[in-house]
Design a protein around this ligand. Structure first.
Ligand code: NAD
Length: 251
């Protein structure tokens, strides 16, 4: 851990050590150190003229399907080349240190599963899958030969990335599981998320209002500690290994 990053407060470690149900919510920030840009990062190269918010919508796909398909193909290539970083790996260790652990992610990159986390709840889908824009059938393989977006093999409607776009509903079962976990946990860590995209942004508030200890690990926050609320400023790839190592040392 670099010198300017805060130590993990002992009272937070104590809350984690005695937690019965720990919930972790992650956002794009945890994958930034794997080289996957967050939505708020400036787009680069060919894509610099668009904001992510302009491309990740059902309207964009309806009006410019090829443009949106190509943008996701570009993101998919980045994801395929990415490896889990120290933050993802630390979370995979953390789940073995508490009786009940729930990992909820807004990320679509699959890096938590690649790091060894069991059954992360993917609130916003997974970029490595596509689904039929009409009948919702999901596919993990498809052809890039011929017309793009490729047609659904069953009905011919365009295939689209199996991700949740701005303005779309989240998968009901995943959201219910996330909501129940947040409402019943005793500690929640919110990592690398700007807290701007609902309903995920409400999960830490729900946990806090139900009496849980909440710790936010993010590059954007001003460090702050009070009873049951910790704001830790730093990189997930540094803070999380330090936190997990401290818990493992305490045994
Ligand atoms: P966001 O882009 O809104 O916010 C990312 C947050 O992470 C910022 O607050 C930033 O300060 C922080 N951050 C950046 N690097 C960090 C680091 N190394 N350590 C700790 N914090 C760091 O992302 P969001 O809150 O997840 O919400 C936006 C939406 O973007 C989500 O719906 C998600 O599906 C989607 N998205 C996913 C990916 C992915 O799968 N990797 C990438 C981009 C966007």
């Amino acid at each position: 851990m670099s010198k300017e990053e805060p130590a993990i407060p002992n009272s937070l470690l104590e809350a984690l050590r005695t937690a019965q149900h720990l919930v972790v919510l992650t956002g794009a920030g945890i994958s930034a150190e794997s080289g996957i840009p967050t939505f708020r990062d400036a787009q680069t190269g060919l894509w610099a003229q668009y904001s992510a918010e302009e491309l990740a919508t059902p309207e964009a796909f309806q009006h410019h399907p090829r443009l949106v398909w190509d943008w996701y193909a570009w993101r998919r290539q980045m994801v395929a080349a990415a490896k889990p970083n120290a933050g993802h790996l630390a979370l995979a260790r953390l789940e073995h240190l508490v009786p009940t652990f729930t990992l909820i992610t807004q990320n679509v990159d699959g890096l938590h599963a690649a790091a060894g986390s069991r059954a992360p709840i993917e609130l916003h889908g997974n970029i490595m899958r596509v689904r039929c824009a009409t009948e919702e059938t999901r596919y993990t393989t498809w052809s890039e030969e011929g017309a793009l977006p490729p047609p659904c093999p069953t009905c011919g409607a365009p295939l689209r990335p199996d991700v949740v776009w701005f303005g779309e509903q989240l998968p009901v079962i995943a959201l219910e599981r996330a909501w129940t976990a947040a409402a019943t946990c005793d500690v929640m860590l919110s990592i690398g998320t700007s807290g701007l995209v609902e309903p995920a942004a409400s999960l830490p508030r729900l946990a806090y209002n139900r009496g849980a200890t909440v710790a936010v690990l993010n590059l954007d926050v001003t460090p702050h500690n009070e009873e049951r609320l910790y704001l830790l400023n730093g990189q997930a790839g540094s803070l999380l290994p330090a936190l997990v190592a401290a818990l493992e040392q305490q045994g």
